[in-house]
Design a protein around this ligand. Structure first.
Ligand SMILES: [Fe+2]
Length: 322
């Protein structure tokens, strides 16, 4: 059954009209309460939506991004910017163009942080700033292996950056001047977990626990200058669940779908570890990722790790890591 009605997307999308750029909150006296409300809505699985870009993003920067040649390497289809290391990856231009691209991505990242520090004020003192990315490729018709396909419904997890229960919050902006970015979504994480977590092997992942990797493995990795990354039971399950959902044809074809269209010049954000998403079409989106610890959440009991722990009855990550 395909739900495409506005009423279905209206239940998922929450359009924000009491915060604008550059003025900020319409009623500054209510800022604290409104910010807490929007954190709560995100944690309930809503997608917060602005029909314009609610932070400073100069036209000339947008035009520069739209004019960028794409790299021919499949590895670098996206441009990524790592704010903490001040590193840019995936530039296909010469030295000057790369320097400009770096500056534009840095500015986008900094402005997004400034904006969300106000809109989601309860999180701001606690989050870890993750990568930003620019996605210039047309999503429709990409030929990718099943686990890498973006047009299949999934929830996010990062193979190289274990979360230990912390949340993945992503803020997107569509700078395409003419084309919307189109998503499908479906029931949020608690329903997905109820229907599919057991079949995806949740109890086996929980039983294995959150062991550190073997000292020998850590030693070998160190020898080659690699960091040993410890994945909790939660991380291992979420990585499997990502692949499981993409592999499951019956789920992909028959689950109820809600179509979300993000028009040119719009901005939206959600917890992509609990809001399933498939990108059907669109090109030229930017995104900044934030990692939110559980103690910063307004309703931590709704976090995927807590949902899974309720089902298994055992901790899925070491408490100190969450
Ligand atoms: Fe994703």
């Amino acid at each position: 059954m395909m739900k495409t009605a506005d009423s279905a997307s209206a239940g998922t999308l929450l359009t924000i009209d009491d915060y604008q750029s550059p003025q900020g909150w319409r009623q500054p006296a209510d800022a604290k309460q409104r910010a807490r409300h929007y954190c709560d809505q995100l944690e309930q699985g809503k997608v917060l939506f602005f029909n314009r870009i609610p932070f400073n993003f100069p036209d000339e920067n947008q035009k520069f991004l739209l004019s960028q040649k794409q790299s021919s390497s499949r590895l670098h289809k996206n441009v990524s910017y790592r704010p903490k290391q001040e590193k840019l990856r995936g530039s296909a231009g010469n030295k000057e163009e790369t320097a400009r691209l770096h500056a534009v991505m840095r500015s986008f990242s900094q402005e997004t942080v400034k904006f969300l520090s106000e809109l989601l004020q309860p999180y701001a003192a606690h989050w870890t700033l993750d990568f930003a990315s620019f996605r210039p490729e047309q999503e429709k018709g990409r030929d990718l292996p099943v686990h890498k396909r973006n047009d299949l419904l999934h929830v996010d997890s990062f193979p190289t950056r274990p979360m230990h229960g912390r949340r993945i919050l992503r803020c997107f902006t569509n700078i395409n001047p003419t084309e919307a970015r189109v998503w499908h979504t479906t029931d949020t994480f608690p329903a997905l977990a109820k229907n599919y977590a057991a079949d995806a092997g949740l109890s086996e992942f929980a039983a294995k626990g959150s062991r550190r990797s073997h000292p020998l493995v850590r030693g070998v990795k160190k020898m080659f200058g690699l960091k040993a990354v410890d994945h909790s039971a939660y991380d291992r399950f979420m990585l499997r669940f990502h692949d499981y959902l993409k592999e499951k044809e019956d789920f992909q074809q028959n689950c109820p779908k809600i179509r979300l269209e993000f028009p040119p010049g719009s901005t939206w954000m959600c917890y992509t570890d609990s809001v399933p998403h498939a990108v059907l079409s669109g090109r030229y989106a930017l995104e900044q990722t934030f990692i939110i610890p559980l103690h910063a959440l307004v309703t931590p009991e709704q976090a995927p790790i807590r949902v899974l722990e309720k089902m298994t009855g055992v901790p899925m990550a070491a408490p100190a890591m969450v």
